[in-house]
Design a protein around this ligand. Sequence first.
Ligand code: NAP
Length: 266
Amino acid sequence: MGLFEGKTALIFGVANDRSIAWGIAQALHREGCELAFSYGAPPLEKRVRPLAESVGAKLVEECDVGDDAAIERLFKKVQETYGTIDVLVHSIAFADRRDLQGRFVDTSRDGFKMALDISAFSLVALTRAAEPLMTNGGSILTLTYYGSVKVAPQYNVMGVAKAALESCVRYLASDLGSKGIRVNAISAGPIKTLAAAGVAGFKKILTYSEQASPLRTLVTIEDVGNTALWLLSDWSRGVTGEIVYVDAGWNIMGLTVPLEHLDEMK
Ligand code: NAP
């Protein structure tokens, strides 16, 4: 019997089979979870629907998380289809490509608002909508990156949005803990996905992370999916408001130059 037998998860953020949310969905499916999917924009349906159908999803619906009415419509359908849910996965981020290059100081007001709205506030909006459906308690998970804590080249406004997101995780965890609803984040190392391709110089970040992290490897969507299983299941029932790193250990390093390269430096 799977760990998630009899449970239902609503997953936001599958764009294709490279998406981190897809790694999480596959892990939940393996453990017997019923899955529902929401995608951001109509052109994505042709990629998301076959994936969703391959894991037997009954509900695959569009929802732009920047639109309150769309969120309301979606959760009404989720309630009609499933009644209650146990798991919410928020694997969404967006910033204008122009703000993911050059200097952070040049971020526009609109670019700042957009990044914070879609990448951080949306967790608050989705959690608020999910709360009445989590009558048996639940577990909510979002995805973040270390650029929230330290400056990562070109990550710019997204680093600020992720800092806000991580703070949202703590406040939401505090609000909802008494209802048995837990809220946590996974801070993943760099993974080649659609969203990541928007960050200038991402290929170099991949190479560098692989060479300088303690495990000398890149993490995969399967690695994130497996840690997500723990955070979304009762195995972590004493854990809420936490940021769990799945980054091959990168965040523990004080000196992030591959040791092998130190001798080559003048
Ligand atoms: P991805 O496959 O491109 O997923 C990003 C998702 O965000 C897409 O499904 C996209 O859907 C959705 N999205 C964007 N704007 C939206 C909106 N207004 N409404 C609804 N959905 C929207 O890339 P990913 O790397 O898996 O990203 C998932 C999460 O992991 C993000 O929060 C990202 O910051 C985080 N993360 C990624 C990495 C990495 O290196 N890849 C590392 C750490 C954390 P549409 O395309 O339909 O808009």
